[in-house]
Design a protein around this ligand. Sequence first.
Ligand code: NDP
Length: 247
Amino acid sequence: MKSILVTGCNRGLGLGIVKHLVNDTNPPQNVIATCRIIEKAPELREIAEKNRNVHILTLDVKNTDTFDRFAKDVESIVGDDGLNVLFNNAGYSPKSTRINMVKAEQLAETFAINTIGPIMLTKALLPLLYRAAAKNVNAPVSCSKAAVINMSSFLGSVELNTDGGLYPYRCSKAAINMATKSLSIDLKSQGVLVTCIHPGWVKTDMGGNNAPLSVDTSCSGIVKVIKELNEKHNGGFVQWDGKELPW
Ligand code: NDP
């Protein structure tokens, strides 16, 4: 892939994905890494200083009214080649969300970040994704052509839900899974692949210290998986090691 845009790159999995992309044997020409507040992204800034293919843009995925302006900034980086991959990674999970504790504001906030933001950002960047697909019209469906990857979670799987609770997070991720499916149908004729990925349970601020996977292991798997995605993954749900998950 020539270009990839990843949201939420100041810490956690987003930062890990950027590190793996720049250290890849065949790194993208442009890695567009977003964060909310650039001053709070020292590690990402250090990476961008050392790697000229890394561009930092600020983006709060809740601020959907900034997306058209943001798309113009992305266009000024990728130009006529368009954008090969949009990776909607930024996410949020509130605490204390059993049914007797859950609050309407938590549901709304979590949906804004995990569901509405990714759908609206995809919409804003569609012209650039279509441009990349058209540039590579004879290439097979893949991240080298054009793709949207949505970071989901096994907690968004209806079939795997045996513990209940987590209303805001589970519902917002189940919703992004559904959006992934619809996008995979709607964008197919333009050659854009759409898939969601579960990163595993990973030691980040969100995953906590008890998580079995390191950021490094998860992100190394994610980068390998996205490079191998093909037509059969369109509208699918895979995890960091390539295993398919049930909806
Ligand atoms: P972290 O909590 O470590 O990082 C979350 C990232 O999302 C940060 O960069 C944060 O930025 C960003 N973010 C939050 N809100 C917004 C917003 N409104 N606009 C832009 N960026 C925002 O989480 P992880 O790295 O663990 O999670 C990354 C993704 O992986 C999420 O989608 C999560 O749901 C998913 N996931 C993680 C799992 C895990 O075990 N860790 C398991 C399954 C899925 P800031 O610092 O500014 O808040």
